[in-house]
Design a protein around this ligand. Structure first.
Ligand code: SF4
Length: 366
């Protein structure tokens, strides 16, 4: 495999720059070794999933009898809310609920209700969103919206039913996911974003139909380059359909122009259709790494803090929490972890990094 060149990312971090979060985006908070602020927390509420997507949880490795976390090892809603409040106090302004598949966690609207009551130290509301495979959206979209969820992201890897069924690994019909998206719209969730992982040989032919559909439906589509997450998806660089390829495919039929990010640290590169009919994004971790502005932390369902999607280990917050640590002590723990953070996996991706014992994506919330 050819070594991926080390790009000179515009925001190349200066080692040891700890002038604090304000120098990152003008807001208070904590900064890591490269001056990146802690702004986004992805909260995995379960490691369980009813799908077996080959790029995340291939069925041949994670069979139907795969042993997920025992119930008593999973954070309770009260524990999640308590930790979320501490992270928000440290400068987090966005909470994303993930899994596994978050909608398989019972009574999830109760957690949404408690998280939606959290506001930032300056009183501004926290941006609360959720990523789902859409399989249970029809019954849950309205209760989630009523509980305080404002917007949502749904994974759709193809509109072609046969391709979708092979990409979810459990023969689940795409029509039910599309019906879930309709339910989200009826419930007033907005915007609705669509995530599509593109893997060569599986769904690159789905790119154009998805782009036309999302444009016509007013959905914000984000194409994601296939990544070497975890240790089980058999990732090869040859199977990556690059952002360049995806954009030129679309631009040939529906001319695009680049637009600036909504905020520093936004993951997707944004583009809009020149005819003004909407926008899309590309998340290009392989060919256009964005570690220089990465503001994301991850809290796993068993209460470990991870500072990178490709982390090999995390920091246990559950045990000190259950052992009675105060909020201030837990806050100090989180602050200490973030302050020494120096992750930039995607910028250093190589054969060597590929062999690292990375934690599975479904276990740390994508
Ligand atoms: S590879 Fe790690 S450090 Fe880089 S953008 Fe992804 S999560 Fe952030």
């Amino acid at each position: 495999m050819e070594r991926i060149p080390l790009p000179l990312s515009a925001a190349a971090p200066i080692p040891g720059d700890s002038r604090g979060a304000p120098s990152f985006d003008g807001r208070p908070g904590v900064a890591d070794r490269f001056g990146r602020a802690l702004r986004d927390l992805r909260i995995s509420v379960t490691d369980r999933c009813n799908f077996r997507c080959p790029y995340c949880m291939p069925a041949e490795v994670f069979g139907r009898d795969f042993a997920f976390l025992p119930h008593d090892q999973v954070l309770t809603f009260e524990e999640i809310e308590r930790l979320a409040r501490i992270f928000v106090g440290l400068g987090v302004g966005k909470l994303r609920i993930t899994g596994g598949e978050p909608l398989v966690r019972r009574d999830l609207p109760l957690l949404i209700a408690s998280l939606s009551s959290i506001s930032s130290p300056d009183g501004s509301p926290v941006d609360l969103t959720l990523t789902t495979n859409g399989s249970a959206l029809r019954p849950l979209a309205r209760p989630l919206a009523r509980a305080g969820l404002g917007r949502i992201t749904v994974s759709v890897d193809s509109l072609d039913d046969a391709v979708a069924r092979s990409m979810n690994g459990v023969d689940f019909p795409i029509s039910r996911v599309l019906d879930g998206i309709a339910a989200a719209r009826e419930a007033g969730l907005s915007p609705i974003k669509i995530n599509t992982v593109v893997r060569r040989g599986l769904n690159e032919a789905s790119v154009m139909p998805l782009a036309r559909w999302a444009r016509d439906e007013g959905l914000i589509l984000r194409f994601i380059e296939y990544m070497d997450v975890g240790t089980a998806n058999g990732w090869r660089l040859d199977d990556v359909v690059s952002a360049e390829e995806i954009l030129s495919m679309i631009d040939a039929e529906l001319p695009l122009e680049a637009v600036s990010a909504n905020y520093r640290g936004e993951v997707a590169g944004r583009y809009r259709y020149r005819d003004g009919s909407g926008e899309l994004g590309v998340i290009a971790s392989v060919t256009r790494p964005f570690c220089g502005d990465c503001t994301r932390a991850r809290l796993s369902a068993d209460g470990h803090l991870y500072t990178c999607l490709f982390a090999a280990r995390g920091t246990d917050l559950k045990t000190p929490l259950r052992d009675g640590e105060s909020d201030t002590e837990l806050e100090d723990r989180i602050r200490a972890v973030w302050a020494v953070r120096a992750d930039r996996y995607s910028e250093l991706r190589s054969e060597a990094t590929d062999r690292l014992p990375k934690v599975e994506m479904f276990a740390l919330g994508g």
